[in-house]
Design a protein around this ligand. Structure first.
Ligand code: SF4
Length: 174
């Protein structure tokens, strides 16, 4: 629907108008889902390339929550959202989701951190669609962004003080 809406506006106002927003490599705008705990989920339209800092005040994960636990919840959802017809979805995503669930708990990690990074690389580019690719990018981002939390978890610690889930992942609503 987002694409169809863009096409209608491009037909009306022209390609140059569309390209006036966004970046050279990714012109136009996108819809971003932002969620502030305790408030309604909102969808906002913003140009591609918008500095994250301009969206973060609307969407940032509260400092008292665990980014790894939130990532694990999203990955579980993504692992369940395929027909399992391609190798990465049949084998890779469930394994990655389970491993990140383990990493989200404070305790020994063994080789799991490296394993998750390696499995994500193996899943990328091997599906019929890009579902595994997007999931792999999420995993890579989480391993980098939450590296300090991963270190803390490896030492049996967690910086989060509130375990209440934040992101509105559908499985939590069932
Ligand atoms: S890669 Fe795409 S088409 Fe293949 S099982 Fe996964 S979601 Fe389905």
């Amino acid at each position: 629907m987002e694409t169809l809406a863009h096409l209608g506006l491009i037909a009306r106002y022209g390609a140059d108008w569309f390209r006036s927003a966004g970046t050279a490599g990714q012109p136009g705008s996108a819809l971003y889902t932002v969620h502030v705990p305790g408030r309604e989920v909102r969808v906002v339209e913003a140009p591609f390339g918008i500095p994250l800092g301009r969206l973060l005040p609307l969407a940032a994960l509260p400092a008292d929550r665990c980014g790894l636990a939130e990532t694990a919840r999203v990955l579980r959802y993504l692992a369940l959202q395929s027909a399992g017809q391609c190798g990465p979805c049949r084998n890779g995503l469930p394994r990655i989701a389970a491993a990140v669930r383990t990493l989200a708990e404070p305790g020994p990690q063994s080789t799991l951190r490296d394993d998750v990074a390696r499995w994500s690389g193996l899943a990328e580019g091997r599906g019929t669609c890009h579902h595994p690719d997007g999931t792999a990018r999420l995993v890579r981002g989480a391993l980098t962004t939450f590296a300090a939390q991963l270190d803390a978890h490896a030492h049996g610690l967690c910086t989060a003080t509130d375990a209440t889930p934040v992101l509105p992942v559908p499985q939590d609503r069932s």
